[in-house]
Design a protein around this ligand. Sequence first.
Ligand code: ARG
Length: 459
Amino acid sequence: MALWGGRFSQAADTKFKLFNDSLKFDYRLAEQDIIGSIAWSKALLSVDVLNADEQKSIEVSLNELLVSVQENPEQVLQSDAEDIHSWVEGQLINKVGDLGKKLHTGRSRNDQVATDLKLWCKKTAQELIVHLDGLESKLIELARIHQGVILPGYTHLQRAQPVTFSHWCLAYLEMLERDHSRLEGCIERMNTCPLGSGALAGTAYEMDRTALAHSLGFERATRNSLDSVSDRDHVVELMSCATLSMVHLSRMAEDLIFYNSGESAFIEMSDLVTSGSSLMPQKKNPDAMELIRGKSGRVFGSLAGMLMTLKALPLAYNKDMQEDKEGLFDALDTWGDCLSMAAMALTDLKVNEERTKEAAQGGYSNATELADYLVAKGIPFREAHHIVGVAVVAAIEKGVPLEDLTVAEFKVFSEVIEDDVYPILTLEATLAARKALGGVSPTQIEYALTSAEERLASR
Ligand code: ARG
């Protein structure tokens, strides 16, 4: 049964119906629509549209429907109802007869869908917080396990200076903690209830919208009915959070793909998250990571699509806004999947400590140490930088690392170099020197790890 037959003398074209109907995707709002409808029936009781018996009977039937939908959400898809709102109302009328037709008094699908979607966003955002927490804890765990593992640090994908595997883990933890706080911010801002805004101008039944908002778990009611039915900021904000977090996950994936490559062989990804080649028996491909990297694209695309849809839409509700759901559902599903897949991939990761150390040793990544050594002997940094550059060229020509040059060879570049240079050129000394806040010295890593553990424990 359509909700709006009276003005029409002809049924809609079948193709138009297919084009227009949203049940095939908004069925995911069934629970929220039922919960919102129960709250609305109570609001109708408060303004004497329903008497207590009528409200009770509607509430009981809607609760039965809720249980049935929770047991079998796909049942909704069997119907040819236009959307989830028509479906819920139709089911109620089937159960309680004409009484069910009173439920939509003073309500519009415009404030109804806005409420349903916000309830869904709030619930899903909480689930995503749990996913984020999971990956954050994994990174801390991994950082603890591999605290002493030295890793080459890169800029321009050239070995730059040694870091540690823990430092790498904690870098991604920083990004995820920012994602976390952005998501918390979204949750805070979307905590306002649009129900009772009617189609656009407010409901004509003078009810306590604040109480209605509280009964649905919102902090307060929205303030302006035009904005209430046309606001989709929370959709855009959640997709933006997903997008930026997917940027982070895709960078992490890319690092791990590189570390897992035959050329680096820094890590080995578990059989649980890799696949083989149908032709080449030797292959073990980092599919989970490649999919995370690849799936970031569709999340960015959904955000861009949503922004395009909303841009220049006149107030208030327009059917364009029905396009908010598929992209949102897909973006948040994808983000959640990627967060949990990344956590799984990190769980069983093997780090090849000898290989990472060997790689960190090469690539003249102690050149900055030599420059700092010259600075300590009174040479201005810019000059020291030049001297070391020349020394690196000479070492490359000789085919040896800097620390293999003799003191006599060093003296060609600078008279001040003595054999006290060798201890400062070791990996350990290079790391230990970086003991200012945020650096890679063992004491800083320990401090960073402990404080990260405390932050997570105090949530
Ligand atoms: N299916 C619609 C949507 O998702 C529900 C709101 C319909 N409102 C209307 N005035 N046609 O946006």
